[in-house]
Write a protein that binds this ligand. Structure first.
Ligand SMILES: C[S@@+](CC[C@H](N)C(=O)[O-])C[C@H]1O[C@@H](n2cnc3c(N)ncnc32)[C@H](O)[C@@H]1O
Length: 272
């Protein structure tokens, strides 16, 4: 299957790299500053390829970094008409480990009034009210997603439920779409295995998080003999792989939260 998006960044060209990507039948063209050029992010000095990246030689001895999706098509179903209605039912019911324990998950994050939090891959908004409540009117919750049906659905919920401290933000497969250093806590729940370009996206998460802020990842376990066959197939990476990938982009593990009685997921806290 062809990769969903391909990014070429010529390290010898101090110019913008062209991203050409497509999701389903939609083609997306945008420009970004390649990490090699911006040089502003800690942990990006090592230009060796990360997950989904490959170096190749160009004419004249230049090198290029090419991003190839580690999981082509994994988000296509979210772009289909009617996705928000279908996935609201699938993501928001008590038989789902993280939904059933959403109050405990958010309580363990110790959010405070006035904080700025980003729900990365907010989906249908399963965590919308639980995350926004503790932030109060002075705080802010960014609900970030890439799928138009979910973004429209989230905007509707924000209006209907009068969530005045929530802003819905359209991100891309490589960037959060949020200002640098703007977020105290990044919340990434059941999303990591849907990230097609882990290195690029982690660099964007790193840039988005304020120094000393926290990255909270809740993710499906992938343990042979424990994890269902379906999830063994669906989830790309196990915990060790996730730890290595996140660590490689400049995040440090603070703790694993075990006080929430999750049965299929683990919860990790990192800082930058
Ligand atoms: C399984 S859903 C989880 C939704 C929500 N976090 C929850 O737990 O109910 C995965 C979500 O991640 C979103 N997603 C995938 N890649 C993303 C990216 N690079 N940036 C933001 N959202 C992304 C998908 O569109 C989808 O809404």
């Amino acid at each position: 299957m062809a990769p969903l998006a391909r990014v070429r960044a010529r390290s010898l060209l101090p110019a913008l790299a062209l991203i050409v990507g497509c999701a389903g039948d939609r083609e997306v063209r945008q420009r970004m500053t390649p990490p090699e050029v911006s040089g502003s992010l800690p942990g990006t000095e090592d230009t060796s390829p990360g997950p989904g990246e490959a170096d190749g030689a160009l004419n004249g001895g230049e090198t290029e970094t090419e991003l190839v999706s580690v999981r082509p098509g994994v988000n296509d179903k979210y772009f289909e008409a009617g996705a928000a209605e279908e996935w609201s039912e699938l993501l928001e019911h008590d038989g789902r480990d993280v939904f059933e324990h959403r109050e405990a998950i958010v309580a363990a994050m110790a959010l405070e009034p006035g904080m700025t939090v980003a729900d990365i891959g907010a989906g249908t908004g399963a965590f919308l009210t639980t995350l926004s409540a503790p932030l109060g009117p002075e705080g802010k919750l960014y609900a970030v997603d890439i799928a138009p049906p979910f973004l429209e659905h989230l905007r509707g919920r924000v209006a209907d439920e009068g969530l005045s401290n929530v802003e819905v933000v359209e991100g891309t497969t490589t960037e959060t779409g949020l200002p640098p250093g703007s977020v105290d806590v990044l919340f990434v729940c059941d999303v990591y295995h849907h990230i097609e370009y882990p290195s690029a996206y982690l660099r964007s998460l790193h840039e988005t998080l304020r120094p000393g802020g926290r990255l909270v990842i809740v993710e499906f376990d992938k343990v042979p003999g424990k994890t269902s066959k379906r999830m063994m197939k669906h989830v790309r990476q196990d915990k060790a792989t996730l730890l290595a990938e996140v660590g490689a982009e400049g995040f440090s593990l603070v703790e694993e939260i075990t006080s929430v009685p999750l049965s299929e997921n683990y919860m990790l806290v990192f800082t930058r």
